[in-house]
Design a protein around this ligand. Structure first.
Ligand code: IFM
Length: 489
């Protein structure tokens, strides 16, 4: 298995002048998510998810794009696995679409298991294993069955209970070829973008519901972890969070409260219950005008407190905050969509100033130091928990050049600098076991539709032809050189 412990942290071996190297058994992968790539939304017994409904609602997704076809991975998965094999990847993080597995789920009943749905993922896993690529499976990457949303979605604790049952079904079916099951991807987005700002499905703008969703997502992680561990005792259970390196522009103490609030809402409201079995008191206080948190029932925190075997970190850009003085227009460049409703509940005195320097096509500032800082913080505050970078990458406006190639040097620079940041953390002891580049393929970037390209493989959306970008060749060279990172280029 690829995800073994890295004991010797000798990254200083020089392959070439100035070069650095990752530990020998580091896992090298890429990541995708079902709704963003599969398409075939009405095939194989699948029923609608909240993203089908949302993307088909006029005005919700740029260009009216939907995931109906996406990049047709459902039919082309063999070609995509062949690309991964060609690149030399050792692992692949994929997600399972819940509505393919239990298409008739309701709030009180999981319904029958759809064997066609399982068969698709079984075939994909078989293809990966045959290619020598270890799959890591995310169980929830935002495609909640619509029937569950109709009954309350993540504001209803029954959703967490059904999720745990579904998780056990998938784990049982895909083990032992799949050893790593990640319960949730970025519950921050599911809760705050889905239920507070409404820029993601299901598009609700109800701050109290968003905090209820936070708790029920935490509960879902806890219940599903227990269910997976009971069903497959050898499984490695993970949780992926989009944690933020929150800081103020000048490190002013006047901004400390802004930093604390955003850190609480983005990081600690997920980390503390899962890793320590309690909610942060300051977050409960900051949000007390919105909710009394009475949806946290007696005994819930014991259920939530399921320390992951591996904590997944998704990192793209820093989060820079400042205390707003109230005398001038508030800056809201938080990088999560222009919206009248804020995802930042209880952060009224906080502003998100525009950052100087380089930005990606998402408008996200580029600062790899944040990845080092986050990994070191987790190592410091939660020693003994293995870490993985489960997403990192960048969107740029790629074009196919006259030579038929995609020369995405901006992405190469981004990847080189962020891999260097991971090495910085490893060198001072952070137990980082692997890196998953987001993303393998250009894909459906949620409310941005197909307008943003994160892939190291270019997709022609008219023909669905796949073309390896320069970044794919660069990443492949790093992987095939056993994690030797060139000093430049
Ligand atoms: O595309 C998303 C992914 O689904 C979750 N993490 C962030 C990526 C880029 O926005």
């Amino acid at each position: 298995m690829v995800f073994t412990s890295v004991d010797a942290v000798d990254t200083q071996q020089q392959d070439e002048p100035g070069g650095r190297r990752f530990p020998a058994n580091f896992a090298w992968g890429s990541a995708t998510a079902a709704y963003q790539i599969e398409g075939a939304v009405a095939e194989g017994g699948r029923t609608p998810s909240i993203w089908d409904t949302f993307s088909h609602t006029p005005g919700k997704v740029a260009g009216g794009d939907t995931g109906d076809v996406a990049v047709d991975h459902f039919h082309r998965f063999r070609e995509d696995v062949a690309i991964m094999r060609e690149l030399g990847l050792t692992t692949y993080r994929m997600s399972v679409a819940w509505p393919r597995i239990t298409p008739d789920v309701g709030p009180d009943d999981l319904g029958p298991v759809n064997q066609q749905g399982l068969a698709f993922y079984r075939a994909l896993v078989d293809e990966l294993v045959a290619a020598g690529i270890e799959p890591a499976v995310t169980l929830y990457h935002w495609d909640l069955p619509q029937a569950l949303e109709d009954a309350g979605g993540w504001t209803d604790r029954r959703t967490a209970q059904r999720f745990a049952e579904y998780a056990a079904v998938v784990a049982t079916a895909l083990a032992p070829d799949v050893q790593t099951f990640i319960t949730l991807n970025e519950p921050w987005c599911s809760a705050y973008l889905g239920y507070a700002s409404g820029v993601h499905a299901p598009g609700r703008q109800e701050p109290a519901s968003a905090l209820s969703a936070v708790h029920h997502l935490n509960l879902a992680h806890g219940l599903a972890s227990s269910a997976i561990r009971a069903a497959v005792p050898t499984a490695r259970v993970g949780l992926t969070l989009n944690l933020a390196w929150v800081h103020s522009p000048a490190g002013e103490t006047a901004d400390d409260d802004a930093v604390r609030r955003v850190d609480g809402l983005q990081n600690r409201v997920f980390l503390d219950p899962v890793l320590n079995g309690r909610y942060p008191a300051d977050v409960l206080a900051d949000t007390s005008e919105v909710t009394d948190w009475s949806f946290v029932l007696d005994g819930d925190l014991e259920l939530v407190h399921q320390v992951p075997d591996v904590l997944g970190v998704n990192y793209y850009s820093p989060t820079v905050v400042r205390q707003w003085d109230g005398d001038r227009p508030r800056e809201t460049a938080d990088g999560h969509g222009d919206t009248s409703a804020t995802p930042w509940i209880g952060c009224d005195g906080v502003e998100f100033p525009e950052q100087p320097g380089r930005h990606t096509d998402m408008g996200w500032p580029i600062d790899p130091r944040g990845l080092t800082e986050l990994l070191l913080r987790l190592h410091r505050e939660h020693p003994g928990v293995d870490l993985m970078v489960t997403e990192n990458g960048a969107a740029f406006p790629d074009v196919v050049a006259a030579d038929g190639q995609v020369h995405d040097q901006d992405r190469v620079d981004y990847l080189r600098d962020h891999l260097g940041a991971v090495l910085d953390a490893i060198e001072v002891g952070a137990p980082v076991r692997g890196y998953f580049l987001w993303s393998l393929l250009d894909n459906f970037e949620w409310s941005f539709g197909y307008s943003k390209r994160f892939g190291i493989v270019h997709i022609d959306y008219d023909t669905l032809v796949r073309t390896l970008k320069d970044s794919a060749h660069w990443y492949s060279a790093v992987v095939k050189a056993g994690g030797a990172l060139p000093a430049d280029g």
